[in-house]
Ligand binder design. Structure first.
Ligand code: A3P
Length: 781
């Protein structure tokens, strides 16, 4: 039985070695689960007879050796049954031959009689095969936590830095599992060492039988921004333009079609010295040699424009410039100055990009945030594909090698196995940003990419490829389809995001708490009561979904943050804003989305007996003339058999019963939100004694002034519910759709649902106890 595409990672708490492994996995976007600290209990290894993990990694071999024998046996058994391999790192400072545990328990000497890893990793081996017996001489910066395997001289070893020290070797060894049926790869040092990074990917691929592997092709795009922007005397000269063209033709020999993307702000042409203006003229003459992308007419930032017409007019100036000079802008790619407007999204930018340029892709470093760079991702908004942009160590001010900040060694390290190399190794698609000044002066742009490409070809079998931006963006989202949907993060969570967010927008007008449902538990009454509070304000109503915005749960989410924020008033002092959408509670995507935008905000959940909720929902569907609800009784609906009953009835059943699995849905919430931010309202109490329920809620939400609801709520006999007491002494109740009249639930259904929700309700009691929440009356009964 095959195992799934996931890595199980055993780490020491807070270990930097472990962090290195996590970073590698996050970079390549392999799924993993981390197990830290005391491993007395192993995680569950299988479900439905399927292995959960494709490879098991121990950041330290001694963690594995230290497992209780029952756990070790269970892990070994799992590996044998599901064809799962293990990876171990050795990064301790004691000599292994002095460690009795290593020799007696694990018999590493045995393993040393096996092969080294580079021989067997095929067909997707990234690590380059060297001729057998040929030693590679290369100066490396010393990796941390070096280990020396004994007896290594009997082997061909991968690397040999004998020039400085005969003793220090960094082998990677494969145990083919001849003795116990488990394949294991041992790394003699940490992943800090760049060749180990390569071999780690190869080992994952090999041990998972290709399930955890990425192809050898690496697509890359180099943007040169601000070709006409720059202080005189730092800009391109004719000789630099020639060098750029020569470099591009050289690259095309190995990378067909390669083209630099040149970004222009037309206003600044000819603003350098006379010699630099000559170079500008030459660029115009040779413009067909490149692809061009618009920046902004005079480098203004998009979020400064509130008025879309003005922004579009401004872009139009740059477009006229491009038309005058016959620029090839067919790649429909654009870059925003300072990333402004791309993320956090400024809708006017997306609108004008489409209208003026028909832009289909862009890139930014800001999604989801600049740091850490291995977590940068892409997303699609309003049909514009946003790719993550990688840094290559060059910035506008890095023009001269000798003056590279921190010394030229820093740049060399970035190239020779450092962050730039890692970008190529781990990302299948890279978009790099450079600037015009990197191609004049010392031409660091050419130097960097020339050296990097040679380095990649020397040490890896990676194949470098080029595609124009639109095709590249499409490829990106085919490789990473899960990145298509955006995530809207709170713009106030990061200074950089705030700097490129419109001053007109303000996080204070985002809700302070959200009532999330589920439906039919009394959420409308709760919403209504809250709006009676003198210091609480709700969202403006929606034309389609009335009091509910329903942003986080459905397609409204793709309308973007500006759309969501348009529903909220700017709050006065000491006013609290909230929204209620009862569809949020049981939709899997909501907790992640909601907590990303509204971190540390309260989420209010109303709970009634799930059987009553299901019945109320069924009655609701009946009164809306739902075909299935009108045709089938409640009992028929809840007991319909999938596969036998009509699909429409099964769908009705699912929507009727699913939200009632409160424990499961709450567990999903708890993955993203701390329990202190979850407020539980007893829906029965809300019905029978709303003043008490509202008192509890205000206390739980931390309100400083508690509003006394008993003064404005009065039980209305005709309605059978509490209603608002008007100054005239009359009452105003919720409409006919809330607090409907219908017969009691039949006994068969009562019994059926009692059993149906029993386990879930027991779990709910345990869960609420575990997070110190009061147990609603109906549940404790
Ligand atoms: P029924 O109409 O089945 O009785 P929601 O607003 O989440 O859709 O929930 C509707 C339910 O709220 C109603 O279901 C009703 O039982 C309950 N409810 C609680 N307090 C209420 C009130 N003061 N007025 C009307 N309905 C109320």
């Amino acid at each position: 039985m095959p195992a799934r595409q996931k890595v199980l990672l055993f780490l020491h708490p807070k270990s930097t070695v472990g962090k290195g492994i996590q970073i590698a996995l996050e970079f390549v976007r392999f799924k993993f689960q981390v197990q830290t600290g005391d491993i007395r209990n192993l995680p569950v290894l299988t479900d439905d007879n399927k292995g959960r993990y494709a490879v098991i990694v121990f950041e330290d071999l001694f963690m594995y050796l230290g497992l209780q024998s029952a756990n070790r046996n269970a892990l070994d058994k799992y590996c044998r049954e599901y064809n799962v391999g293990m990876i171990f790192l050795l990064h301790y400072h004691k000599k292994p031959e002095e460690d009795p545990l290593l020799i007696s328990q694990f018999n590493l000497y045995f393993l040393l009689n096996q092969l080294i890893v580079r021989r067997i990793l095929s067909p997707l081996h990234i690590y380059k095969q060297f001729k057998v017996g040929k030693y590679i001489k290369y100066h490396f910066h010393q990796p941390q936590g070096l280990i020396i395997f004994p007896c290594v001289k009997e082997y061909e070893f991968l690397l040999d830095n004998t020039i400085e020290n005969q003793e220090k070797l960094y082998p990677v060894i494969l145990d083919r599992g001849i003795y116990d049926g488990i394949q294991r790869v041992f790394f003699g040092s940490t992943l800090k060492f760049f060749l180990n990074k390569i071999m780690f990917l190869d080992a994952l691929s090999y041990l998972s039988y290709g399930r955890l592997s990425i192809p050898l092709e690496r697509y890359f795009q180099i943007d040169i921004d601000d070709v006409f922007v720059g202080i005189p005397d730092t800009r391109l000269l004719i000789s630099d333009v020639n060098a750029l063209l020569n470099f591009q033709s050289q690259l095309r020999k190995n990378i067909p079609g390669f083209s630099f993307q040149l970004g222009f702000s037309g206003k600044f042409i000819y603003s350098g010295t006379d010699a630099e203006s000559e170079a500008d003229r030459m660029l115009l003459k040779m413009s067909d040699e490149f692809l061009w992308f618009p920046h902004m007419w005079s480098h203004m930032q998009a979020h400064w424009f509130l008025n879309a017409t003005k922004l579009c007019d401004y872009m139009e100036l740059n477009r006229q410039f491009a038309i005058r000079h016959n620029f090839n802008t067919s790649s429909h790619y654009a870059v925003a100055p300072h990333h402004a407007g791309v993320y956090p999204v400024h809708e006017q930018l997306y609108y004008c990009w489409k209208k003026i340029w028909n832009i289909s892709s862009t890139s930014t470093e800001e999604y989801l945030s600049l740091r850490p760079d291995h977590k940068r991702r892409g997303f699609i908004h309003k049909n514009i594909m946003v790719l993550p942009r990688q840094t290559c160590g060059l910035f506008t001010h890095t023009m001269v090698l000798d003056m590279y900040p921190g010394g030229q060694e820093i740049l060399l390290e970035i190239i020779d196995g450092g962050s730039l190399f890692q970008s190529f190794l781990y990302n299948q698609i890279n978009v790099f940003m450079t600037h015009q000044s990197n191609y004049g002066n010392d031409r660091l742009g050419l130097f960097t990419f020339d050296r990097e490409i040679k380095f990649i070809y020397k040490w890896t079998n990676l194949r470098l490829k080029y595609e124009p931006p639109m095709a590249l963006a499409r490829r990106y989202f085919n490789i990473y389809p899960e990145e298509r949907e955006p995530l809207w993060k709170n713009p106030c969570a990061q200074r950089r995001h705030l700097e490129i967010w419109s001053e007109e927008k303000n996080c204070n007008s985002l809700p302070s708490f959200v009532v999330v449902g589920p439906q039919k538990t009394g959420t409308t009454a709760l919403y209504w009561f809250l709006t009676m509070h003198p210091h609480v304000k709700s969202n403006h109503p929606s034309p389609t979904t009335f009091e509910e915005v329903q942003f986080f749960s459905g397609s409204n989410y793709f309308k973007g943050l500006d759309w969501y924020m348009s529903f909220f008033p700017t709050p006065e002092n000491n006013t609290v804003i909230f929204e209620k959408s009862a569809t949020y509670f049981d939709q899997q995507v909501v907790p992640k989305r909601l907590t990303m935008l509204l971190p540390s905000k309260h989420v209010v959940v109303v709970l009634i007996d799930p059987a009553k909720r299901a019945y109320s929902w069924y009655q609701h569907m009946r009164s809306h003339n739902d075909a299935s609800a009108s045709k089938y009784s409640f009992y028929e609906t809840i007991t319909a058999q999938p596969g036998k009953a009509p699909p429409a009835l099964i769908s009705l059943q699912r929507r009727c019963l699913d939200p009632g699995f409160y424990a499961r849905h709450l567990e999903n919430w708890l993955e993203y939100i701390q329990s202190q931010y979850i407020v539980i309202v007893d829906g029965d109490l809300l019905k029978s004694d709303p003043s008490s329920a509202m008192f509890n809620l205000q206390t739980d939400l931390g309100f400083t002034e508690i509003y006394q609801y008993d003064k404005i709520l009065k039980f209305d006999k005709r309605k059978g519910f509490f209603c608002q007491l008007l100054p005239t002494g009359k009452t105003k109740c919720l409409g006919r759709g809330k607090g409907r009249q219908y017969p009691d639930m039949d006994q068969l259904s009562v019994k059926y649902l009692d059993t149906y929700y029993k386990e879930s309700n027991t779990k709910l009691t345990e869960l609420l106890r575990g997070i110190n929440k009061p147990i609603p009356g109906w549940l404790s009964e």
